[in-house]
Structures are given as C-alpha cells and as structure tokens.
Design a protein around this ligand. Structure first.
Ligand SMILES: [Fe+2]
Length: 264
C-alpha cells in the first residue's frame, strides 16, 4: 500500500460523507459527531502506531482502518435515525457493504484488503475473536484501542456539558439516572471481567462498563493515555461515594498501574 492510496481513501471518505448532510439539523448534528469521532480516532491511531513503532507501511494500513472503521454510521443514522445497532443494524457490517458497493478498497491487494475488512468487521465486537492471524490481530487490537480512547472522551464531554447546564445527558436518556449500581456489574469489575451490555440497568452501570473496558485494552501505551487523561478518575468521580465504589477504584487503578509497569 502506498501513501497515494491513503490520500485517495481520504478524498473518497470526504465526498462520501458530504452527501449525507442536508436540511435536517438533528441529523446533521449526529453525523458531525461521527465525523469528528472518525477524525480523532485517526489521530489516536497514528499516535499509538508511533508509540508501538509499527513502521511506515503498517502506519498506512492502520490509518486506512481508522478512517473507514465507522463508515457505516452515516447511512445508519440517515436511514434509522439511531446509532443503536440492536435497534437498527450492525454498523460494522453495513460499513463493509458500503466499501464493497463503492469498490473503495480496489487499490489494495487481496491480503491487505482482507486485513482492513476484518479489522473493520470486528472493531465493534464485545470481545476480539480468537482465530485471527497475527498481523490482522495487531490491526484489530489497534483500532479497538483507538476507538475506546475516543469514546471515553466523548462520554465524559457529554457528562460535562450536561453538568454545566448544557444539552441533555445522552447516557441518562438511555439509562435511568438512579443512584444504584447493579450487583453483577460491580462484581464483574472487581473480578477483572468484561461487563455484558445486557447487564446495564442504570447510568451508573454504564459508567462501570466503561471503567471495566480497561480489561479489554490491548496495549499498555493505550492504558498510559487513559491514566494520563484521568478518564477512569473522572468516571469514578461521577459514581456514588460508597465503600464498594472505593473498592472498584482501588482495584482498577492497581490493574492499570501494574500493566503499565509490566509494559504489557
Ligand atoms: Fe464503530
């Protein structure tokens, strides 16, 4: 893959998404959220790829995956007016069918195209499937980490805007803002397990789900960024100040510190 291929993908992406903006401000605002998310994930990916010393050739592939990972989001919102996959359709698979329809990845040879398509397909899965080859796995792990870094930021921005008296809190619209945390959710975080989305009953459970994502973070370089930006501390600060939550905090910071220390 060459630099000019990435430039071609960028040009295609810009003109493809431009076509979705129209007269409906509600739709435009939501499209812009995903456009901005994509651009920041590209940025996170390039910083992580550099920290991991992936090399120029791999950088181009990682950049392509970051640029196109959420390409399905635009049609998804225009057609279904939601980003909720179970209530509409799987945005990863939709993205792949769009890339196929427009023959976007034609400049890539078959093995390269396979890597890009697979990374896009699995980026939104709850956990990464086990049977990927080593190279594909590297790129899949990278996009999953870069994506999570930006989701932390988006959710926290949403909380902060809401607290400052701005627009409504999207998290609390989706889940009741009760002062409780569900027992299975708390025990999953304390046991180092990923939380199933189906267990989420309250806005607090959702915050714990995001905290528990650290168990699915692949690179200690990503964890270092999460720690540096205080994402976990900011989520914990928005949970009830109970002994149980203090325990969660202790456990999660210990986990993150140890992994960064071990360099894994
Ligand atoms: Fe996505």
């Amino acid at each position: 893959m060459e630099k000019k291929d990435l430039q071609q993908f960028r040009a295609w992406f810009d003109s493809y998404i431009a076509g979705f903006y129209g007269d409906d401000e509600y739709v435009n605002t939501n499209l812009k959220l995903k456009e901005d998310h994509t651009r920041r994930v590209c940025q996170e990916t390039s910083c992580l790829a550099e920290a991991l010393r992936l090399g120029d050739a791999n950088m181009l592939i990682a950049a392509t995956i970051a640029l196109l990972h959420d390409v399905g989001r635009f049609e998804q919102f225009v057609v279904h007016r939601t980003y909720n996959d179970p209530r509409s359709e799987n945005h990863c698979l939709l993205g792949l069918s769009i890339l196929k329809k427009h023959d976007v990845l034609a400049p890539l040879d078959q093995p390269m195209r396979q890597i890009v398509e697979t990374a896009i397909r699995v980026h939104g899965e709850k956990e990464l499937e086990g049977d990927l080859d080593e190279r594909t796995r590297l790129f899949a792990r990278l996009i999953r980490d870069a994506d999570k870094l930006d989701v932390y930021r988006v959710v926290l921005d949403n909380f902060k805007r809401f607290e400052a008296g701005g627009d409504e809190c999207l998290v609390e619209r989706e889940f009741p803002n009760e002062p409780t945390c569900s027992a299975p959710v708390v025990s999953a975080v304390l046991n180092g397990e990923m939380i199933a989305y189906s267990e989420i009953k309250t806005a607090n459970d959702f915050k714990l789900l995001l905290i528990g994502w650290v168990y699915d973070i692949n690179f200690c370089q990503t964890l270092a960024r999460i720690r540096e930006r205080l994402y976990l501390a900011q989520l914990l600060a928005r949970l009830p100040r109970t002994t149980e939550m203090m325990e969660v905090g202790k456990c999660i910071f210990k986990y993150v510190d140890e992994r960064i220390e071990d360099g894994e």
